[in-house]
Structures are given as structure tokens and as C-alpha cells.
Design a protein around this ligand. Structure first.
Ligand code: CAA
Length: 380
């Protein structure tokens, strides 16, 4: 066992940390306030090869491992959680399944330009009546000759308003339950594809999501990702990786909140001394730092298992469950350290509280993570 990052891991951490300090942290409050998509920052992420971190170089990616990806996600999200989730969806939920299940022909069209960051991907699983119960898909795909005709809708699709393609999950055989779900690669300029206005959300306001509708949308049969009926497994195994990305995002949010609390506790005085000289604040700082480190160990373990090609559903769920709930606890404590100023829009800490909250919900709620963990443990 070795807790030392490799040279390349250290380097990616440094590059991302400097990029976040220069391009993200100074702008994140403004982007949040104006619900402004960070166009330039996403372009620069692409220049740094961060839109396809664990995609091989031959397909336009950085050719790094998932530990590097998790470290990059933490640093980017520390600067701006919205930018973090845009990056995470393109990396984990879009590029990763195309890399693992795509044919060579599909990879050329649907992986390379996305891993390079020339195009943006999204993941269409959630529906109005299929959130936690992901197998309850109502969107249908019916084969007609060399095409499938797709009808239905998806909602809460992060990156949806800007995406050039979607990994879309549909029901191809209702009688077969979760074994009747199939995945497709669908360019968003396909006739019959309609997107709604961006959703109005509590946090991660600069990362846009939307509902989308498919009206007799014709998709070539060759665009099926994986085999017919394998869509649920494509979705679940993709989420095993996605949850590492969201756990690392939560970690970045927690670190931002923690570091601001530490700084503020040295500046703010009460009862004649800096508040960090009061034990009440020292204990909060100790708890925050301990929880952040514990979450990071869980995140890196899950990423390492993914790199080793080992099934990591339980470890990813543990990392996501702990890191997301930790981020909310830490952000709230950081707000408490700031006192009245923490409640002000003039400080960043209130944004961290709002941004942290979603990490307990998307890519599987905390309750779903507990179901995954206990089901796997009890089965074993
Ligand atoms: N990898 C591979 N296969 C898997 C798997 C995995 N991780 N998990 C389950 N499977 C397989 C099972 O082995 C089983 O296969 P067989 O039928 O061959 O035995 C099959 O899938 C069904 O498994 P379950 O019986 O466990 O399925 P279930 O219907 O009980 O559902 C669930 C399980 C864990 C509740 C699942 O529905 C789930 O994860 N729900 C949450 C969905 C979610 O996370 N949505 C997030 C949307 S994306 C998002 O949020 C993006 C964003 O905005 C940023």
C-alpha cells in the first residue's frame, strides 16, 4: 500500500490547482449569480485534455488513469462546482461508456471529438417517472428496417442544453424489464429531438440541465451502444464510474468551504482574539479536515479499483455516499464559522452549501447508494 501520488498524478493536481485558482475561483460567484455557462473555462479544460482524462490518446483523450481523473475533478470543483459537473458528465457519463462499449466506427464519431472537448456529451437515463427506479424506462425504441424509431422524454439532463450527442437509454422490449433496455448514441441535431429551456435550480447554477423530448426520432440501428437488452448494465456500470466523479466533486466543494473557513477564522476576531483561537472553532476545523481526508481515501480507493478493472460498485457508492454527505456537513460548518457573513451573497460559502446539496441527489441519491452498498454486501 502506497499513499504517495505518482509524478504524473502530482503534476495533474498542480496543473488543475493552478488553472482553478486562475480561471475558476475568481469567476465562480459571478457565473453562479448570472446562471452563466462557463464557456471559456470549458474550452480551456479541453485545451488541458481534461474533457477526456481517462480516454486513450488515440481517441483524443489524455490517456491517464482514473486516479488522475478523480484528483483533477477535486481541483476543478474546488474552483467551481458547476465546471466540475460539466467535466464529470462528459468524462464519466458520456466518454466512458462509449470507450467501453463502442465499436471502432462509433468511437471515431462519438468519442474522439468529445474526448478532445470539441463536442460535448450528456447521459439520458432519468425520466419523469424513472429517477431512482432507473429500470422503469418509458422512452421506447422500435425497430423499423435499419433504424429505430424513438419516442419519449428525459429530464434533469446535465449538459443537455449544450450537448452535441447523448448516450440515450430506451425500452426496446417492455416485457423483459431491465433486460429490455438498450442504449443508443444520438446526435442532438437528429430530427425529432427537442430540448426544453434550462432548468431553474438551487445550486450548480452555471451547469445547465434540461428536459428533452423525442418525437418519432429515427436513429440508425448501427448507433446502438452495446447489445440490444444490455442498456441497463451499460447504465449501471457507467454510474459506478460517474459516482467517483461526483464524489470527487463533493470533495472539491468541501475543500473550498473548509479553506475559506480556515482563512476567515484567522481574520475574524471575537472576545479579543481571532476566532480560530477559540476551541469551538478549532474543533470544527479538526472535524472538517478529518472528514475531508476520509472521503478522499474512499474516492481514491474506488478510482484505483476502476483502474485495476475490478468491479467497484460498492466502493463507488460508499465514496459517493460519504463524500456527498460530508460536503454538506463541511459546507454548513464553514458557513457557521463565518457567522452572519456566511449567510451573505458577498461570500462564497453560501454557494458551497447550495452546490454541495445536489451531490447527495444526482447520480443516485444517498438512499440509492445505501441500497447498492447493502445489496452487494449482503449478497457477498
Ligand atoms: N454493473 C453491471 N451490472 C449491474 C450493476 C452494475 N453496477 N448494477 C446492477 N447490474 C445488473 C444486475 O446484475 C442485474 O443483472 P441480471 O438481471 O442479469 O441479474 C440487473 O443489472 C438488475 O440489477 P438490480 O436488480 O440491482 O436492479 P434494480 O432495478 O433493483 O435497480 C438500482 C438497482 C441500484 C436502484 C438502480 O436502479 C439505480 O442505480 N438507481 C439510481 C439511478 C441513478 O443513479 N440515476 C442517476 C441519473 S444520471 C445523473 O444524475 C446525471 C447528472 O445529472 C449529473
Amino acid at each position: 500500500m502506497n499513499f504517495e501520488p505518482s509524478d504524473i498524478q502530482r503534476e495533474i493536481q498542480r496543473v488543475c490547482r493552478e488553472f482553478a485558482a486562475r480561471e475558476l475561483t475568481p469567476n465562480a460567484r459571478k457565473w453562479d449569480e448570472h446562471h452563466q455557462w462557463p464557456t471559456e473555462a470549458v474550452k480551456k479544460l479541453a485545451e488541458l485534455s481534461l474533457m477526456g482524462v481517462a480516454v486513450p490518446e488515440e481517441y483524443g483523450g489524455a490517456g491517464l488513469d482514473n486516479v488522475c481523473y478523480a484528483m483533477a475533478m477535486e481541483e476543478i470543483s474546488r474552483g467551481c462546482a458547476s465546471t466540475g459537473v460539466i467535466m464529470s458528465v462528459n468524462n464519466s457519463l458520456y466518454c466512458d461508456p462509449v470507450k467501453r462499449y463502442g465499436t471502432e466506427e462509433q468511437k471515431k464519431e462519438f468519442l474522439t471529438p468529445f474526448a478532445r472537448g470539441e463536442k460535448l456529451g450528456c447521459f439520458g437515463l432519468t425520466e419523469p417517472e424513472a429517477g431512482s427506479d432507473a429500470a422503469a424506462q418509458k422512452t421506447t425504441a422500435v425497430r423499423k428496417g435499419d433504424e429505430y424509431i424513438i419516442n419519449g422524454s428525459k429530464n434533469w439532463i446535465t449538459n443537455g442544453p449544450k450537448a452535441d450527442a447523448i448516450v440515450l437509454f430506451t425500452m426496446t422490449n417492455k416485457e423483459a424489464g431491465n433486460r429490455g433496455i438498450s442504449a443508443f448514441l444520438v446526435p442532438t441535431n437528429t430530427p425529432g429531438f427537442v430540448r426544453a429551456e434550462p432548468d431553474k435550480k438551487m445550486g450548480i447554477s452555471a451547469a445547465h440541465s434540461c428536459s428533452m423530448f423525442f418525437e418519432d426520432m429515427r436513429v440508425p440501428a448501427r448507433n446502438m451502444l452495446g447489445k440490444e437488452g444490455d442498456g441497463f448494465k451499460v447504465a449501471m456500470s457507467t454510474l459506478d464510474g460517474g459516482r467517483i466523479g461526483i464524489a470527487a466533486q463533493a470533495l472539491g466543494i468541501a475543500r473550498a468551504a473548509f479553506e475559506e473557513a480556515v482563512r476567515y477564522s484567522g481574520e475574524r476576531k471575537s472576545f479579543g482574539k481571532a476566532i480560530r483561537e477559540h476551541q469551538a472553532i478549532q474543533f470544527m476545523i479538526a472535524d472538517m479536515a478529518t472528514e475531508i481526508d476520509a472521503a478522499r481515501l474512499l474516492v481514491l480507493r474506488a478510482a484505483l479499483l476502476k483502474d485495476q478493472g475490478v468491479r467497484h460498485s460498492t466502493e463507488s457508492a460508499m465514496a459517493k455516499l460519504y463524500a456527498s454527505e460530508m460536503a454538506s456537513r463541511v459546507a454548513n460548518k464553514a458557513l457557521q464559522v463565518h457567522g452572519g457573513m456566511g449567510y451573505s451573497k458577498e461570500m462564497d460559502v453560501e454557494r458551497h452549501v447550495r452546490d454541495a446539496r445536489i451531490t447527495e441527489i444526482y447520480e443516485g441519491t444517498s438512499e440509492i447508494q445505501r441500497i447498492v452498498i447493502s445489496a452487494n454486501l449482503l449478497k457477498d
